[in-house]
Design a protein around this ligand. Structure first.
Ligand code: ADP
Ligand code: MG
Length: 409
């Protein structure tokens, strides 16, 4: 749209400019002259700059005061109007709320093209989920890889798949296996995401654990995936939302969007700047509060992904014990590291999401080194309602729920 606008302005100003030249020549030959009303019309239609330039270039003189005063006045008015429109365009905000990746998606996008960005968002998320990342979707690339792995066939990875799987594998390794992208059979056994979750039989659980272990997967540098045994399953559930945040950031970058905040369930992307330059204020879910209530707020600048993993997302209760969806790959039981939630901030979405799950399994103390390695910051909330912050976010966090207390070390 704005390209058409610029083309129009160029043409109308060129017309204004040329009319001045033609008018001058005709005046010299004492012939018919373009009535000044026509030139006014050019000016009103946005061609005043061209007309003025023409007057100057062709030394066009006119005795009409209206003309001499009128055109500059029109120009000033037009400049004011253009300034106002540009300001409105730069500060425009468009919102989106919908469902994607099995969770609530919201977005606030600022600036020029923000409407288009918001319109594109649902399709981008659905495409990534259904055709690429989700093990649930039969048509996805991950499902295809899982079919191949069932039969112990070598798999050729797409370049992007190779990048993600290599990074995911590295996160598994760096977390000492707290994150494990092959844990799907154990999760299925518990059925926590299904209708009838239940504590599995110990022997069956041990047998199922045999089918897991990221170290049995190998990704070669030229993009081949191989497994040491048949029947392995890939599950990027712990990193998918972060990967999607990265893809959205890429898209916002190509669209030259000035600022946006996009939330996909537990992963929130802050991109660029707000029109007034202030920090993004991101609510951290109260782990024991209703969905949407914040325990506190984090001030976040520029491009960051803020991912939270908590025991409140999907769980069932039995005999007063909470069995949730983040598993300790060693025991095959829900992780029990003294945390109810952990929020990780990192410039990379895949790392932020992967680390939040890994740190939830590791617990606070063992997470510190891992977070440092990835240049990430974190907010830990413990079962006894204490909040621990890493150095980079101590000044950025504002607690709003007085039942919790911040522990400074
Ligand atoms: P959510 O996706 O619910 O926001 P997470 O990013 O922490 O939260 O991912 C949790 C999901 O990751 C689980 O639903 C499960 O599919 C998978 N998962 C659970 N435990 C692990 C683990 N130790 N390693 C890798 N994936 C896990
Ligand atoms: Mg995660």
């Amino acid at each position: 749209m704005w390209k058409i606008g610029i083309l129009y302005l160029l043409l109308i100003n060129l017309a204004g400019f040329l009319s001045m030249g033609i008018d001058k020549r005709k005046a010299q030959k004492q012939k018919w002259r373009i009535p000044e009303k026509v030139l006014f019309l050019f000016a009103i239609l946005g061609g005043s700059t061209g007309s003025l330039l023409g007057m100057y270039t062709f030394r066009h003189k006119t005795k009409h005061r209206q003309f001499v005063i009128g055109i500059p006045v029109i120009l000033v008015l037009q400049l004011l109007l253009a300034g106002f429109l540009i300001y409105r365009n730069m500060t425009a905000v468009n919102h989106y709320t919908g469902i994607g990746m099995g969770t609530v998606v919201t977005a606030d996008v600022y600036g020029r093209d923000s409407k288009q960005a918001v319109e594109e968002l649902p399709a981008l998320i659905t495409e990534l989920n259904d055709h690429v990342l989700s093990w649930r979707e039969p048509e996805s690339s991950i499902s295809y890889l899982n079919q191949q792995l069932q039969e112990e066939k070598d798999c050729r990875l797409y370049p992007e798949e190779q990048v993600w799987l290599t990074e995911a594998w590295k996160l598994c390794e760096d977390s000492g296996g707290a994150l494990d992208i092959t844990l799907r059979p154990v999760l299925d056994l518990w059925g926590i995401e299904g209708e009838h979750p239940a504590i599995p039989d110990g022997k069956v659980l041990q047998e199922t654990l045999e089918k897991t272990g990221y170290t049995k997967l190998h990704i070669s540098e030229d993009g081949n995936l191989t497994a040491d045994q048949a029947g392995m399953t890939l599950d990027l559930g712990a990193l998918g939302k972060g990967i999607t945040c990265d893809k959205i950031a890429e898209r916002l970058e190509t669209m030259k969007i000035s600022g946006a905040v996009v939330s996909i369930g537990g992963s929130i992307l802050t991109y660029g700047k707000k029109p007034d330059g202030s920090a993004w204020n991101i609510g951290i879910q109260d782990p024991r509060g209703e969905q949407g209530t914040a325990v506190g707020y984090l001030k976040v600048m520029d491009n960051t992904v803020v991912s939270t993993s908590g025991d409140y997302e999907k769980y069932f209760m039995e005999n007063g014990v909470r069995y949730h969806h983040i598993m300790d790959p060693v025991t095959g039981y829900p992780a029990d590291s003294g945390l109810v939630s952990v929020t990780v901030l990192c410039s990379s979405g895949i790392d932020s999401d992967g680390l939040s799950t890994a740190c939830f399994v590791l617990g606070r103390e063992k997470s510190v080194e891992l977070l440092e390695k990835y240049g990430a910051e974190a907010v830990f909330i413990t079962t006894d309602k204490k909040i621990y912050l890493t150095d980079g976010v101590t000044d950025e966090f504002q607690l709003v729920n007085p039942e919790y207390s911040i522990v400074s070390e």
